[in-house]
Design a protein around this ligand. Structure first.
Ligand SMILES: [Zn+2]
Length: 373
């Protein structure tokens, strides 16, 4: 059962928040009135699986529809990875662009040769649904590529498709929903205008605390850090890319967990980065280019990406995870990487960037991430 508890309409945030707090108050009242004392604190048994992938850009209508798959048909693009994406209560990805059929409102670019504008036709949402995606981040540096029209079209398209999403400051800061009896809260952050701000950590803490107060598992997505093959390491400092402050993802992730987040899903650098378990909560710092059809460099380390299958208990505490290595070439569907390069990169980067993890987790050659006793 998948119950959408908070729709993500174009209503303004204060009104949503107000409605949410009344609803929360009413639900809490019911809970305390009818649940016997002692039963309230019982943690749910069992576990949940969160499948997570990085950037998704299935081709773009701008500057020309030649940047779309043949026949403007995306149905073959994700098929080779349907099995890898299956088996989750949640299947997450970062929608690196907007869903719109209107190419007439591209962002202004001083230098079109280094300016990338990503719009996917709205019917491409069907390929995401078919691949099992039920949760998307729309907080990144491309959700403003076609201005207000692009954002609105994306929101309407995802709502119609029944995909949960969050991350746009004026539309949808958070989302909450219940799957198999577990209530999830979701927030997505980025350092870009129109998105929920990754760099305003106190405001982000407030958002996460509010979710944690009413949800069993809080998932936080972040599109942060500098980009490219030379920026794979976690510096634990503020990162800059072409003069832009892309946040301190280490500090952000830790403070979100301190505020009540359970699973941190990072992307944005277009390369794979390390993983960490902090206070028994899982952080994937960057999941790379998962399926980026064209206009995004997929050579070398930019063409490999992990899919994570993260298992937590029903309170969000990390149990174990599996890394499935994928790879892609320009204008080709991504596929399983037999060389397991994403896994090898994660093993190496985690060793280098988080030496303290050597005592905490094992990342095996078969892709399993387990907790050391
Ligand atoms: Zn991006």
């Amino acid at each position: 059962m998948d119950v959408r508890q908070s729709a993500c309409p174009s209503a303004n945030l204060p009104k949503n928040r107000m409605t949410d707090s009344y609803r929360t108050f009413f639900l809490l009242f019911l809970l305390y009135a009818f649940v016997p004392a002692g039963a309230q604190a019982q943690p749910a048994s069992g576990e949940v699986t969160i499948v997570a992938a990085g950037d998704i850009m299935l081709g773009t209508i701008f500057p020309s529809r030649n940047y779309l798959p043949a026949g403007e048909d995306c149905s073959e693009l994700l098929k080779p990875l349907h099995a890898a994406l299956s088996g989750g209560d949640i299947t997450f990805g970062n929608l690196e662009g907007v869903l719109t059929n209107n190419a007439s409102t591209p962002k202004k670019c001083d230098d079109p040769s280094v300016c990338y504008t990503f719009g996917m036709p709205t019917h491409f949402v069907n390929c995401l649904v078919d691949a099992g995606f039920n949760l998307l981040s729309v907080a990144n540096n491309h959700t403003g590529d076609f201005g207000e029209q692009g954002r609105r079209s994306t929101v309407e398209t995802l709502e119609k498709a029944g995909i949960h999403f969050a991350g746009l400051a004026d539309y949808c800061v958070t989302d909450t929903f219940t799957i198999k009896g577990v209530k999830y809260g979701f927030a997505a952050f980025a350092p870009n205008s129109g998105t929920v701000n990754l760099r305003d950590i106190p405001a982000a803490e407030k958002i996460v605390r509010a979710l944690a107060a009413t949800c069993r598992i809080v998932i936080v997505s972040f599109h942060g850090g500098a980009e490219g093959s030379s920026r794979q390491h976690i510096t634990r400092q503020t990162e800059y890319f072409i003069g832009e402050d892309r946040g301190n993802v280490y500090e952000f992730a830790h403070r979100m967990i301190d505020a009540g987040a359970d699973v941190l899903l990072g992307h944005g650098p277009h390369v794979t980065r390390a993983v960490e378990v902090y206070r028994n909560r899982f952080i994937a710092y960057s999941m790379g280019n998962f399926c980026t059809f064209d206009r995004i460099n997929v050579s070398g380390v930019s063409g490999i990406a992990p899919v994570f299958k993260i298992r937590t208990d029903k309170n969000g505490a990390f149990l174990n995870a599996e890394i499935i290595s994928t790879c892609q070439e320009k204008r080709q569907p991504p596929k399983i990487d037999k060389q397991q390069r994403a896994l090898k990169v994660i093993q190496q980067l985690t060793r280098q960037d988080f030496p303290e993890m050597a005592d905490a987790i094992t990342i095996s050659d078969d892709g399993a991430i387990t907790i050391k006793n």
